[in-house]
Design a protein around this ligand. Structure first.
Ligand SMILES: C[S@@+](CC[C@H](N)C(=O)[O-])C[C@H]1O[C@@H](n2cnc3c(N)ncnc32)[C@H](O)[C@@H]1O
Length: 318
């Protein structure tokens, strides 16, 4: 079957036209290239979204006084940055990601799952794959806004056409730090997700579910290198580990100018931004770059177990 056979008819409507295009790209990744999801993939316009964060967001956000912040800009990724911000009562959240498929997973599937499932159902679906219930996944898909439903139903149908088993949404995701094909330990994964996220426990989950009713969340496809001078005006900005990833390909001067643009033009006075998340001990080369980033008040955030966030505050330190 050639790629052409998988083209779906693109409806007139702008939104459906976008979904049709994204779906064809997702089908190409999921159904045709059949790439091993455990091999490294570049971050680009279309790639598998992360199932869960691999950052210690619970610990890091608890070290920032979020109570005074009304709005935030964050990388979308798995959606966990958004849900951890919501846990801290930040209701207006703009998100960006260069990977268009993050929207379907994070704002379509995961966000709907939080809205319509109980905590136990959510954990069974997202962490306890031994008791994995396909009927729960189907229920969530049927509750999503129509264009997200269309995406997931069609993608899973297409994959099923060529696969022996019925696929799930998670088969399409990257796992974080676990090889599911070899001795994947779900109880370990559950503990890890619960540790990293403030909302992966009964009280936190209920709080985020409630806060979603008041939330205003947007998504823009954007590469951090091309963020326009004025993306918005934010109290809090979260860049995940994108800067660390970019450090592998671009010169320090360019990297620093990217961070400076975001800091100068998009961060409100007295606002804070996590400009990078680092794994392991930084190398000497990295230290040099981080030392050069000296246009704000810098602070290191908690380390777990071998990673840390770097925060920069704009304005006077109290
Ligand atoms: C760097 S990845 C790593 C996962 C991350 N540590 C987490 O906890 O979600 C996070 C997200 O950044 C996005 N990303 C990577 N490089 C980017 C860039 N240059 N501009 C915008 N988004 C980017 C990826 O598509 C991915 O969804």
């Amino acid at each position: 079957m050639g790629l052409f056979d998988d083209e779906i008819e693109v409806p007139e409507n702008d939104l459906l036209e976008k979904v049709g295009k994204d779906l064809n790209e997702a089908i190409a990744i999921f159904c045709h290239r059949l790439v091993d999801k455990h091999t490294a993939e570049d971050y680009r316009g279309y790639s598998r979204p992360y199932q869960s964060t691999n950052e210690y967001l619970r610990g890091i956000y608890s070290q920032v006084d979020m109570s005074k912040y009304n709005n935030a800009l964050t990388v979308l990724s798995s959606g966990d940055h958004v849900f951890n911000l919501l846990y801290h009562d930040v209701f207006n959240i703009d998100t960006f990601d260069c990977n268009r498929l993050t929207e379907y997973y994070a704002l379509g599937f995961k966000l709907t799952a939080i809205k319509v499932l109980t905590f136990k159902q959510f954990e069974d679906l997202f962490a306890d794959r031994d008791d994995y219930e396909r009927s729960i996944e189907k229920y969530v898909i049927n509750k999503m806004p129509f264009h997200y439903q269309l995406f997931w139903q069609r993608l899973l149908e297409k994959r099923q056409d060529i696969d022996f088993e019925r696929p799930t949404v998670f088969d399409f995701c990257r796992d974080v730090g676990y090889d599911r094909s070899h001795h994947f330990d779900y109880s370990e994964a559950r503990t890890r997700y619960n540790t990293l996220n403030a909302y992966r426990n009964p009280d936190g989950f209920e709080k985020v579910k409630e806060n979603l009713k008041k939330a205003n969340i947007t998504f823009k496809v954007s590469d951090i290198r091309e963020i326009p001078q004025k993306f918005g005006a934010y109290d809090f900005i979260e860049l995940s580990n994108i800067i660390g990833v970019l450090m592998n390909w671009i010169e320090p001067e360019l990297l620093i100018s990217i961070i400076k643009n975001i800091y100068d033009n998009n961060l409100n006075n007295n606002g804070e931004m996590i400009f990078t998340y680092r794994y392991n001990s930084p190398t000497i080369a990295r230290d040099e770059v981080y030392n050069e980033i000296n246009f704000g008040h810098k602070r290191e955030l908690s380390i777990w177990p071998d990673s840390a966030g770097s925060l920069m505050k704009k304005g006077k330190l109290k």
